[in-house]
Design a protein around this ligand. Structure first.
Ligand code: RTP
Ligand code: MG
Length: 145
């Protein structure tokens, strides 16, 4: 009987301004790699207000949208493409809960997040959003397998 490998998947990650400000990019990346995810694309960028608004458009009607856009443009971020088996769910597990007070020990947000706003990382929540978010920031030739 033949063994089929589990599907390799890609997800989109942002190391948020609270983390770049505290010089935590390397520590976050170590946790990503320790979880079995490979960083196949990475760039440090300053998001414009228009980019942040577009990125979080799904939350446009939420009361926290304004603060979220302000926070995401408050300093440089690191945009990343992560690859691995079951990468989307795997990264969500490593990130921990949105509110760091509820994040499990050993997760990135439990280790580093300051608040529900300054919560250190973003990760895509589904294959469709992962594809859209990756395309917003990377072209295929910038993401070698
Ligand atoms: P993200 O999109 O950044 O990966 O975070 P997430 O999926 O865990 O959470 P989501 O519901 O998509 O919310 C996006 C970001 O909005 C901020 N937020 N604030 N004050 C609030 O109740 C609240 N809820 C969400 C968080 O910074 C969250 O990461
Ligand atoms: Mg989300």
């Amino acid at each position: 009987k033949k063994d089929y490998p589990m599907a390799v998947q890609r997800t989109f990650s942002i190391i948020k301004p609270d983390a770049t400000k505290r010089n935590l990019t390397g520590k976050v990346n170590a946790m990503i790699e320790d979880a079995g995810l490979r960083i196949v694309g990475q760039r440090r960028v300053q998001l414009t207000e228009a980019q942040a608004k577009r990125f979080y458009e799904v939350h446009a009607e939420s009361p926290f949208y304004g603060d979220l856009v302000k926070f995401m443009t408050s300093g440089p971020v690191v945009v990343q493409v992560l690859e691995g088996e079951n990468a989307i769910a795997r990264y969500r597990d490593v990130m921990g809960a949105t509110n760091p007070a509820e994040a499990d020990a050993g997760t990135i947000r439990a280790a580093f997040a300051e608040s529900i706003d300054a919560n250190t990382v973003h990760g895509s929540d589904a294959p469709e959003t992962a594809a859209e978010e990756i395309a917003q920031f990377f072209s295929e030739e910038d993401i070698p397998g």
